[in-house]
Design a protein around this ligand. Structure first.
Ligand code: GLY
Length: 254
């Protein structure tokens, strides 16, 4: 079965962390409605939702992706780089303990799941404002016995690696190269987001279709013209909190 851990939008979302984006007013009811529709969209793909309640003390807690890295063999509970997010780990760890052996990233290591892209046995990890070198070292030491190679990717101006690079399958990444300090290593095809849509590289590949926010129509068109099946999702209210589509769930098989 395929599961997704999601968490209802905190009524304190307007007090969220913002790193590379200015603050603008957030309509909680609209953000909550968009989040519920995203849950329905996941269910329409046969995903079973595990839904945590909202927490008014944890503004960013709807961004569950950052809290765990789930591999076939284990789940790694992160230590978020944003101190305000560290108490988000407890209920997510309680859920994942039913599905996988748990490992934990410990201080001074920090890592957030939005920085992690796994392709086969390669784990690409953004090194930036939320994930540090010690967090990457711990991830490498936890996963190496199972044959994983961890590859750090220094970032600039991107909250997470998945803000500026996501995997489209078929040996291809969608990237905003301006927000990567180095070209992505490996023999891959790179598709660049249009210059007018620098935030558009965060996409979620589900059932062979690339999903991205409706706010990025040029990117959607470019992907369709490149032969991809594409679907767009309204999440502009959530994007004011520096959210990407991938941030909103932890998807895994069990
Ligand atoms: N507002 C999303 C984050 O900073 O984690």
């Amino acid at each position: 079965m395929r599961y997704a851990i999601i968490r209802r939008v905190s009524p304190a979302l307007a007090d969220c962390e913002l790193t590379f984006m200015g603050r603008s007013p957030i309509d909680f009811a609209r953000a909550d409605q968009q989040h519920r529709r995203i849950g329905q969209w996941l269910e329409s793909h046969g995903v079973t939702l595990i839904t945590l309640p909202p927490d008014p003390k944890l503004p960013d807690s709807t961004f569950t992706e950052d809290i765990a890295i789930v591999l076939d063999e284990m789940a790694i509970i992160t230590n978020p780089g944003a101190p305000s997010r560290r108490n988000e780990t407890i209920p997510v760890a309680e859920i994942l303990a039913h599905f996988r052996p748990l490992h934990f990233i410990k201080p001074p290591g920090t890592i957030e799941g939005g920085d992690v892209v796994r392709i086969g046995r390669s784990i690409y990890v953004g090194l930036g404002s939320r994930t540090n070198a010690e967090g990457i070292r711990q991830l490498s030491s936890i996963t190496q016995p199972d044959g994983y190679e961890v590859i750090p990717i220094p970032l600039r101006h991107a909250l997470h690696l998945k803000t500026c690079a996501t995997w489209l399958g078929d040996q291809t990444w969608l990237v905003n190269p301006d927000w990567l300090q180095i070209p992505l290593p490996g023999n891959y095809r790179l598709l660049n987001v249009p210059a007018a849509e620098p935030w558009a590289a965060n996409t979620l590949l589900l059932d062979g279709k690339v999903h991205l926010p409706a706010a990025h129509p040029q990117t959607a068109r470019m992907l369709r013209n490149s032969g991809y099946q594409v679907a767009t999702i309204a999440m502009d209210e959530l994007q004011k909190a520096e959210a990407g589509l991938t941030c909103l769930s932890i998807i895994f098989e069990a």
